[in-house]
Write a protein that binds this ligand. Structure first.
Ligand code: FES
Length: 93
C-alpha cells in the first residue's frame, strides 16, 4: 500500500505536515511502517478539499482531526483478516 500526502501550498496551509507526522506515528505504532509506503506529492488538483491524501489510487480529503479515524477505516482494516471465529487478527501477508 502506498499513501501519498499532498504537500502543495494549499494543503500545507491546511496541515499536511501534521497529517504526515500523524500517519508516520500511526504506522509505526501499528507496526505497519514496513508494509505501507508514506510519500508526498505536489498539488493533486483538489486544493479546495485538502489535505488531499491518496491511498494507492483512491483520493481522500483529510484534516489533522480525522487522520486517526481515516487510518483505522482505510489503512489498518486492510491489514486485518477475520479468523475462523470471526475475530479480527492481524494477517501475515
Ligand atoms: S495543494 Fe493539495 S491539492 Fe492542491
Amino acid at each position: 500500500m502506498v499513501i501519498t500526502v499532498c504537500i502543495g501550498s494549499s494543503c500545507h496551509i491546511k496541515g499536511s505536515k501534521q497529517v504526515v507526522d500523524q500517519l508516520r506515528d500511526l504506522l509505526s505504532r501499528n507496526s505497519l511502517d514496513d508494509r505501507v509506503t508514506l510519500t508526498g506529492a505536489f498539488c493533486m488538483g483538489d486544493c479546495m478539499n485538502g489535505v488531499c491524501v491518496k491511498v494507492d489510487e483512491a483520493l481522500y480529503s483529510l484534516k489533522p482531526e480525522n487522520v486517526e479515524a481515516f487510518f483505522e477505516t482505510e489503512v489498518q482494516s486492510k491489514f486485518n483478516v477475520k479468523d475462523i471465529k470471526g475475530e479480527t487478527v492481524k494477517s501475515n501477508g
